[in-house]
Each structure stands twice: as C-alpha cells, then as structure tokens.
Design a protein around this ligand. Structure first.
Ligand code: MG
Length: 263
C-alpha cells in the first residue's frame, strides 16, 4: 500500500467531517437588517408579510419583526401592544381579525410570518419577542411558545432571537441551547453577555457610540454587534467604519447602497 494512503484517508475523513460541520447557510453578508421589514420606501405597513417580502426582494441580510401573544396564546406579529386599537394580549386572534392592515392583510401570525420567511435562504428572520405587559410568568410562556414554533417549522436556521427582556432571552437559550439570542436593553457589557451565553448585543446607536470600545470587546469574545434604529447615512458609515456586524434600519435601500459602494 502506498505509504501516503493513510494520510490521504485521514485528510479525506477530516474534509468530509469539516464539510458536515460547516454551516450550510447561504445567507447574505451585507450588514443590513430591515426594521419591521422593508416598509418605508415601498409604502407597506410595518411588520406585514408584504414588508418581509420586500426585505427579501432587496436582499437584506435580515428582516426584523415583533412578536406578541394573544389572549388565546397565539403568537402574532405587530410592533405595538395594540393592533389598530385592539389590545393584543387580552384579545383573541379572532377578535384581532376584525381589523386589518392598510394593505388588506390581517395581523400575521408568527407561524405565517416564519413560513413565508423560510421559502428563501438569503435573508435571516430577526425575531423580537416582546415582553408581556401582564406579568413575568407570561414572558416564560412567550419564550417557550416561540421556541416550540420555530422548531416545529424547522425554521431555526433562519431565526436569530432578540428581546429587551432578560427572562425571555434566558428561557429561549435554556430551551434551545443552539439558539442565537441578542440582548436589546443596552445595560450589559459584552463580558456579561458572553458569560450569559448570548450571541451578541443589539443596542441603540447612542449606546454603541458612547461605548464604542464594546464593539472590539464583543468581537474578541466572539459576540456579534448590532445597532438600531439607524436611519442617518453618517451614522451608518460610522458604524461600518467601526466594524459593526449588523445595522437595523428603516432605510434598508440607503444602507444597501452604502454597503455596496464600500465593497
Ligand atoms: Mg422590534
């Protein structure tokens, strides 16, 4: 036998193993997260399926959306605690269906939103779990239902979770140790986040600018850095110059152009 054959065999095994381990993802890598979908320029309602489709069409790295839980424990997508004047947490889905978005869509359920998002594989789905206004216990349920839903739809590969609420973040990480969870509230240092198993931070731009050393610290700890909600081109350029991984914006078209012109 050729003396090199065992070496060749081990290299082959290593390569195959490496390939299996490597992430199969083919997502974009352009820093741009559309805030509540891409709605502003296109004239779509925020957090609508139409705004998600537009973020995908533009080729954003990710599309962010906000999730609440109805009185009958259905996860739905909307920014505010009320949907067209109806309080989400104390209304059933059927009651919420009495109203509609300006484009005629009903309030999307998180299931419908995720199902639409996983039809493609270029734009990630940035799932913001909104803390309940009805008490802490409900936050654990929101986290649990969210993880169950994402898993049941086999959407984990698309989804990064974000939340202002530590309990929700912790519960998601506990239920799905592979989940990528970023914290929104802004008071935790990268070191604290790393200790708690976070994927990264997703802080208001004023906090990122005030603590710009956190960007390097986060990267050294293997964390990602995201800033919101950045609609000014100078701010976008500052963040890109400082190595920010993701920028959440209502102006994804503008940021995509800035990013593309830098490449
Ligand atoms: Mg949000």
């Amino acid at each position: 036998m050729n003396v090199y054959f065992p070496l060749f065999l081990s290299l082959l095994c290593f390569s195959l193993f490496s390939c299996q381990q490597a992430s199969p993802e083919s997502f974009h890598d352009n820093n741009v997260i559309a805030h509540r979908g891409a709605w502003k320029k296109a004239g779509h309602p925020q957090n609508s399926i139409a705004s998600l489709r537009e973020a995908i069409r533009l080729g954003c790295e990710g599309s962010e959306f906000d999730v609440w839980m109805t009185a009958d424990s259905i996860l739905v997508v909307n920014h505010d605690a009320d949907f067209m004047g109806l309080p989400i947490e104390t209304s059933t889905l059927e009651q919420l269906y009495e109203k509609e978005l300006s484009n005629g869509e009903k309030i999307p359920t998180a299931a419908e939103y995720l199902k639409e998002g996983i039809k493609q594989k270029k734009t990630k789905l940035i799932y913001e779990a909104k803390p309940s206004e009805l008490g802490r216990e409900r936050n654990f349920l929101i986290a649990q239902k969210s993880v169950e839903l994402v898993k049941s739809l086999k959407a984990s590969e698309w989804v990064d979770y974000i939340s202002f609420d530590k309990d929700i973040c912790r519960k998601i990480m506990e239920l799905d140790p592979d989940a990528q969870v970023a914290y929104l509230n802004g008071e935790k240092s990268p070191e604290q986040l790393a200790e708690n198993g976070y994927f990264g931070f997703d802080y208001h731009i004023s906090i990122v600018k005030k603590n710009s050393h956190w960007i390097t610290e986060a990267h050294q700890l293997g964390l990602t850095v995201n800033a919101w909600t950045v609609n000014d081109s100078d701010d976008m350029k500052w963040l890109l110059d400082h190595g920010t991984d993701f920028i959440t914006t209502d102006e994804p078209e503008m940021l995509l152009e800035i990013v593309q012109n830098r490449n």
